[in-house]
Design a protein around this ligand. Structure first.
Ligand SMILES: NC(=O)C1=CN([C@@H]2O[C@H](COP(=O)(O)OP(=O)(O)OC[C@H]3O[C@@H](n4cnc5c(N)ncnc54)[C@H](OP(=O)(O)O)[C@@H]3O)[C@@H](O)[C@H]2O)C=CC1
Ligand SMILES: O=C1O[C@H](COP(=O)(O)O)[C@@H](O)[C@H](O)[C@H]1O
Length: 514
């Protein structure tokens, strides 16, 4: 049975969470499973097996899950629901590096399948360090876990390798066991409501799609700013940096969603085909000079928020005190195809910025300046803004006459604030993606050719950076990164548009689209 045959139906399955004692399982996966159960999307036909090395009794494991739900779920606790829910969970201590335990796991799985009336569908979620992925895949096969009648799917977390070569090696190892259509590579940004909404807004609106090209669009800007530093993940982050942690995956996926052609059908492979064409068309930087001209890297130094002092990156736990790892990245990139020729895409992401925000801004070209309005007033460009995070919504900035004045033109905003209307309690990205994986919908997971093409773009930058770090620029924590990031746009006559919550623009909030 293929994954696709099961699209949209949940036939019941066993979920295996490898890394069940880890941070991701605690903060995201268990609350996501709970939400799906609470909303009736899972019914009672499921079982979850948590796996990690440390020993735990079933009671301890269930208590841990309960604490995770109490702390991180978007739903309040419900005693009666919890009791039924908890009955679906089992824990087994197992080291993925050895075969010991995998046959025992198979026996436990068969017992659970019989207890819950499940037909052999198995979803293996690897919330583990990537170097363990290949070994798990092989041990699952050797342990007989792939011999059941139903479907088998492997969900893997990022990072998928640390460059193209390592990603290829990892992919080959996994492909020895799983078919490409059985592999679900998570990019949690693709599970976000407003990222999924990009294609709907683009392709379902007559007043956007005809303008969606280099004739009308001046530039596209994607900002993904975080207020946090590296927290407890200094060891991982110091090896990775913003380029590999955020740009290789989330940022390039958002570029692909903005730039892709309309898919011929709304099916996973057609959508992914269009995204991969974009990733393949991103112009590589051919020389070190080109990298320096188009890419800015920064690292946060000590900074101040009100009366609180924020540590410099180099003073964070598990970070090399002489580290040249970038915590800020900004770049100008081009998608070299017919639609986008000449349109710069500016992307930036950073830790320890003043605001947590993800926004995608489409800046339209100015009206011809021989029009008499433009002669009298300084017209602002039209903007279409996708607010991805934390507020969700769409915002359009247009020019209009100031009421009561003769020829004063002011920017006005039409704001559709989705989170104001449906609240912030919309499904989390992990809920959507877990549900999609269970029903065999791979649309919002990354296919191997997307991952490999993304690495090609990243590798050029990483290789150039590895030769010489003298372009790394420090910025005080809680600021918008090095000045060079502003100059990158200023050279082209543009500026970063403020994100929501940054200095309020001179926009008049005249109308809500709701
Ligand atoms: N945390 C996050 O917010 C995010 C995480 N990710 C990715 O998710 C994955 C997991 O991250 P995270 O939860 O933070 O990591 P943690 O370090 O918190 O957890 C790792 C888990 O792996 C288990 N583990 C380690 N070695 C073995 C082994 N040999 N056999 C069995 N289990 C093992 C650990 O349990 P034990 O020690 O008991 O064996 C633990 O449960 C990583 O790939 C990470 O990059 C991606 C995006 C966000
Ligand atoms: O994948 C990652 O994403 C988070 C940011 O995700 P968000 O949903 O909170 O915007 C980032 O903090 C982390 O470093 C990175 O690994």
């Amino acid at each position: 049975m293929t994954s696709q045959q099961n699209l949209n139906s949940l036939d019941g399955a066993v979920l295996f969470i490898f890394g069940a004692t880890g941070d991701l399982a605690k903060r995201k996966l268990f609350p996501a499973i709970y939400s799906l159960y609470k909303e009736g999307k899972l019914s009672d036909k499921f079982a979850v097996v948590g796996l990690a090395r440390r020993p735990k009794t079933q009671e301890q494991f269930r208590n841990d899950i309960r604490s995770s739900i109490q702390e991180f779920s978007r739903y309040n606790e419900d005693e009666e629901l919890w009791t039924r829910f908890a009955d679906h969970f089992e824990y087994q201590s197992l080291d993925t590096q050895t075969m010991d335990g995998f046959q025992e796991l198979n026996t436990l799985t068969q017992q659970l399948e019989s207890k819950f009336g499940l037909g052999g569908n198995r979803l293996f979620y690897l919330a583990l360090a990537p170097e363990l992925f290949g070994g798990v895949a092989h041990n699952l096969k050797a342990g007989g876990l792939l011999d059941s009648d139903g479907w088998h799917r492997l969900v893997i977390e990022k990072p998928f390798g640390y460059d193209l070569k390592s990603a290829e090696a990892l992919n080959e190892k996994i492909r020895e066991v799983f078919e490409e259509e059985e592999i679900y590579r998570i990019d949690h940004y693709l599970g976000k409501e407003m990222v999924q909404n990009i294609e709907v807004v683009r392709f379902a609106n007559a007043f956007f799609e005809p303008l969606w090209n280099n004739k009308y669009i001046a530039n596209i800007q994607i900002t993904l700013s975080e207020t946090v530093g590296v927290e407890e993940r200094g060891g991982y982050y110091d090896q990775s940096g913003a380029l590999k942690d955020m740009v290789q995956n989330h940022m390039l996926q958002m570029v692909a969603m903005m730039a892709m052609e309309p898919p011929s059908r709304l099916v996973p492979e057609d959508i992914r085909d269009e995204k991969v064409k974009v990733l393949r068309s991103i112009r590589p930087y051919k020389t070190d000079e080109e990298v320096r001209e188009h890419v800015i890297r920064g690292q946060y130094a000590e900074g101040q928020v009100k009366d609180k002092t924020l540590n410099a990156y180099r003073s964070e736990n598990s970070v090399n005190p002489a580290s040249s790892t970038e915590t800020f990245f900004a770049a100008k990139l081009f998608v070299d195809n017919f639609r986008w020729a000449g349109v710069p895409f500016y992307v930036r992401t950073g830790k320890r910025m003043p605001t947590k925000s993800t926004e995608v801004v489409v800046e339209f070209k100015n009206m011809p300046d021989n029009v008499y309005f433009a002669k009298k007033t300084n017209l602002q460009p039209n903007l279409l803004v996708f607010r991805v995070n934390p507020e969700e919504g769409i915002y359009i900035k247009i020019n209009a006459k100031r009421p009561g004045s003769e020829w004063t033109i002011i920017p006005v905003a039409m704001d559709f604030c989705q989170s104001c209307q449906v609240g912030f309690n919309t499904p989390e990205a992990y809920e959507r993606l877990l549900f999609d994986a269970l029903r065999g919908d791979s649309t919002y997971f990354t296919r191997w050719d997307e991952v490999s093409n993304a690495w090609k773009y990243i590798d050029h930058i990483a290789q150039s950076w590895s030769k010489d770090a003298s372009d790394l620029q420090m910025y005080p924590a809680a600021t918008w990164g090095p000045d060079a990031s502003h100059e990158l746009l200023a050279k082209d006559g543009f500026k970063w548009w403020p994100v929501h919550g940054q200095d309020e623009d001179d926009v008049v909030w005249v109308k809500s689209l709701s």
